[in-house]
Design a protein around this ligand. Structure first.
Ligand SMILES: C[S@@+](CC[C@H](N)C(=O)[O-])C[C@H]1O[C@@H](n2cnc3c(N)ncnc32)[C@H](O)[C@@H]1O
Length: 241
């Protein structure tokens, strides 16, 4: 995103002002180690067209290359890079109120992933894996209201459907598990667990500011598990919606 404002109307209706690359990098450098870990989880609750999550994915893909490169070798192993790069994508989450932003964000992340995937895996690229990554992005980048934690319709109005996030993890060889959790329940669990801690150091008016980039919203036993699916990671799109 080169321009920071699409229209004055969108700024006044939705506070839509995009963050410049320099600021994105400076902010991400505050949690540099996490951005360079393939499987660290990030949630951007007002992701726009993806300025933060795109840079996070770029950094994670660099880490995936390193992880997939055997000692004393220069190049990553394609099959290992494929798996690591899927983990990288699957650990990034975003929410935005506006459908065009959500679609642009998913497409942008897909292009970043696919450029690396194609460059490293060459003739070994797999169309099922590409479809799996598109599916993961369709679930991880949600058109919703991060305050009410509901999905929204094409006009940005709340629906009855709660936002649901999937936790993706490799469990055995090529088997991937998807576990679905309601966002509101996850956050409530996380909030309860850390409420005392936060009370000690945070004033209430600071809370919203802290929402701008949530690091590691941990799906945990405190969340309410809605559904669970297990499949080959390249066929994860065959199960559930
Ligand atoms: C200031 S922009 C930031 C976009 C992006 N994070 C960036 O830094 O470039 C705020 C974004 O939040 C979205 N937004 C506003 N209210 C929201 C809400 N309640 N839930 C989710 N997204 C919201 C807007 O559509 C807009 O894309």
């Amino acid at each position: 995103m080169s321009t920071q404002v699409k229209s004055r109307q969108r700024v006044s209706d939705h506070g839509e002002v995009f963050t410049s690359e320099r600021e994105v990098n400076a902010m991400l450098d505050l949690v540099k180690q996490e951005t360079e870990r393939v499987d660290s989880r990030f949630l951007e609750p007002a992701c726009g067209d993806g300025n933060f999550v795109a840079e996070i994915l770029r950094r994670k893909l660099e880490a995936a290359k390193k992880r997939a490169t055997p000692p004393r070798k220069k190049k990553p192993l394609p099959a290992e890079f494929e798996r690591q790069s899927v983990i990288a994508v699957a650990s990034i989450y975003g929410v935005d109120l506006l459908l065009d932003n959500v679609q642009a964000c998913r497409e942008r992340l897909y292009e970043i992933w696919n450029d690396s995937y194609s460059a490293i895996c060459g003739k070994e690229v797999n169309e099922d894996c590409r479809a799996a990554v598109r599916f993961i992005l369709s679930r991880n980048i949600v058109c919703g209201n991060a305050l009410s934690m509901k999905e929204v319709d094409e006009n940005g109005a709340d629906t009855e459907a709660p936002i649901v996030f999937s936790e993706w993890s490799f469990i055995m060889g090529d088997k991937m598990q998807r576990k679905d959790f309601r966002f509101d329940k996850l956050l409530a669990g996380d909030y309860e667990a850390t409420a005392k801690e936060r009370k000690k150091r945070t004033r209430p008016e600071e809370e919203l500011g802290q929402m701008s980039l949530l690091l590691e919203p941990q799906p945990s036993d405190e969340g309410e598990l809605l559904a669970s699916y297990i499949a080959d990671y390249r066929r994860i799109q065959d199960h559930g919606e």
